[in-house]
Design a protein around this ligand. Structure first.
Ligand code: 26A
Length: 348
């Protein structure tokens, strides 16, 4: 059970500032972006997007970074001083902005500061209920294991009870992810990974496969499930079947069965947990319905789901209740601008 001041949940990933504007087909086409996707910016193709969004699409600057959003979401639900977030920012105004937003949300940050590189940014192009994310990682790409291993930080790692890593970090610092994963496995603490985006399973298959044996809970959506299946030669388009195969994959910590949670937009979320003898337990949890006109934007919806879900896991709630907490928080977040949560605070 979560107790104040314990920082039971530790999250690691890429702190980013979102530059979010309402775009159109023309803007997506100009930069070769898909309406609903997340990619790494190509230095040749995408570097003008950020200025373009600011100048021509009335873009706003808001806190982003997928797992940082999840950290703020989990802290929204948990008792104060429950969540610690780690990543790399620049020594600049944007890094300060992110630090302040986390502070306001009650999330403790242990940033590595890169003196030479600016804070990372993510161009967010909103078209209807879709969002296209194009990330220039910059400083976020320079996270290093040595930061995590410093005494005063590693103590906090050891103190944490649950670990949440955004799959996006697989493009950045696998040794840091592995250090957390090994700590979790050695002490039988839950290690949670988010698949983050289709390109992770497609183009970062090797680091993903290196971490997967440590994963107790894998979170993803239906398109990430499909991308995983394709890159892993799983001959199925059935989300349940794909989850079943991943749930039964090799595992380091044999004291915990693996659970795979796949959201499917407005369709029910499925959760598949490995059982003895290659069997599985399958649960389906419906989403919290919302009328179209109440949706502000969907940037951060998946991160909010993960935040609510992980808060449930930290509190020791059942799998179904944790998923429902995720659906609840996602519903709140899509009614706000970008990855944020309503104030005054609502309670689950
Ligand atoms: C490595 N990449 C591509 C990324 C991201 C990312 N967070 C970490 N790493 N690309 C987009 N995001 C964040 O995802 C959130 C929406 O789910 C954006 O900053 C946005 O806030």
């Amino acid at each position: 059970m979560a107790v104040k001041g314990n920082y039971e949940l530790l999250c690691l990933e890429n702190p980013l500032l979102d530059i979010q504007g309402v775009g159109d087909e023309k803007l997506l086409e100009k930069y070769g972006l898909k309406a609903n996707d997340a990619i790494l910016a190509d230095p040749e193709k995408h570097m003008d997007l950020y200025e373009d969004l600011m100048q021509n699409y009335k873009a706003v600057l808001i806190a982003g970074g997928a797992a940082q959003n999840t950290a703020r979401g989990a802290q929204y639900i948990l008792p104060s001083e429950s969540v610690l977030y780690i990543g790399c920012v620049g020594k600049d105004k944007y890094g300060e902005t992110l630090e302040n937003i986390c502070k306001e949300a009650g999330v403790k940050t242990e940033y590595l500061y890169d003196e030479k590189t600016p804070t990372g940014r993510c161009g967010v192009v909103i078209t209807g209920h879709n969002r296209s994310l194009c990330t220039d990682l910059a400083a976020a790409n320079n996270y290093k294991l040595e930061h995590l291993k410093q005494d005063h930080i590693w103590k906090q790692v050891e103190n944490a009870k649950v670990y949440y890593v955004g799959g996006f970090h697989l493009t950045v610092c696998v040794p840091a992810i592995k250090a957390l994963a090994e700590e979790a496995a050695a002490k039988n603490k839950p290690f949670i990974l988010n698949l983050s985006a289709p390109f992770i399973a497609q183009f970062f298959k090797d680091p993903l496969d290196e971490i997967l044996p440590y994963v107790d809970i894998l979170i993803g959506n239906e398109t990430e499930a499909a991308a995983f299946a394709e890159s892993h030669n799983i001959d199925s388009k059935d989300v349940k079947k794909i989850a079943e195969i991943i749930a039964n994959g090799p595992k380091k910590n044999t004291q915990r069965p693996r659970t795979v949670v796949f959201t499917q937009g407005t369709d029910p979320t499925i959760a598949v947990t490995a059982q003895d003898g290659g069997k599985v337990d399958v649960k389906e949890v419906p989403v919290h319905a919302i009328s179209e006109e109440k949706i502000y934007d969907t940037n951060g919806a998946g991160d909010a789901f993960a935040g609510g879900f992980v808060a449930g896991i930290v509190k020791g709630e059942s799998l179904e209740k944790s998923i429902d907490m995720g659906q609840w928080l996602a519903k709140l977040s899509i009614q706000e601008l970008g990855p944020s949560f309503p104030q005054p605070k609502q309670t689950y």
